[in-house]
Design a protein around this ligand. Structure first.
Ligand SMILES: Cc1cc2nc3c(=O)[nH]c(=O)nc-3n(C[C@H](O)[C@H](O)[C@H](O)COP(=O)(O)O)c2cc1C
Length: 167
């Protein structure tokens, strides 16, 4: 249980000190390592470090205020040209987002997933502000940075939810 999966938590307070470029790169690579339907890897990433841009995104959801105080924000953006595979986009991007969160914790940082997709107003706000093409889908917003708070295990296991062989 000392695996990073069991320690990862949503961290919402950040120090102002910048995050090293090699850590950000490993975090993005972890996202790109996620499984995806037919291995189509339908993701792109928008990395924000500039205060003005983070301030703007922090106001695009009632629950994204922390973006203003996080030194780095990653927006996971979906792009699926295959009509048949579009139905899997949320699953692919969810797996990608979780990989990013796990690597953030592994790097000794804190991070928090903010849900933007499928809220149309939030998706459109990001798309318009950054002049993204219509076929790009801003899926999740992840604030990250060094934090005074730590990733800490809490036990959520509940084996009564598990069914073996029959329901
Ligand atoms: C799809 C999704 C959307 C979320 N949106 C927000 C959000 O907008 N703001 C926020 O502070 N936390 C958000 N969270 C984080 C959850 O509140 C958090 O994961 C949950 O309370 C469990 O806590 P933990 O991550 O510390 O284990 C979101 C999580 C998911 C998976």
């Amino acid at each position: 249980m000392d695996n990073i999966i069991f320690k990862r938590r949503s961290i919402r307070r950040f120090e102002s000190r910048p995050v090293e470029a090699d850590k950000i790169e490993r975090i993005l690579k972890a996202g790109m390592q996620a499984p995806s339907a037919h291995n189509l890897q339908p993701w792109e990433f928008l990395v924000l470090t500039e205060q003005e841009k983070r301030d703007a995104v922090s106001k695009m959801s009632p629950w994204s205020g922390m973006v203003a105080n996080a030194p780095v924000t990653i927006i996971v953006v979906g792009h699926q040209q295959n009509e048949d595979m579009k139905k899997y986009l949320p699953q692919d991007l969810g797996a990608c987002t979780e990989n990013i969160l796990l690597q953030i914790a592994y790097e000794g940082l804190g991070g928090c997933w903010m849900g933007f997709y499928p809220d149309k107003d939030r998706v459109n706000s990001v798309r318009e502000y950054f002049n993204m093409p219509e076929d790009r889908i801003p899926f999740s917003v992840i604030a990250l940075g060094y934090s005074p708070d730590e990733n800490r295990f809490i036990d959520r296991s509940d084996m009564s939810r598990v069914h073996y062989n029959r329901w």
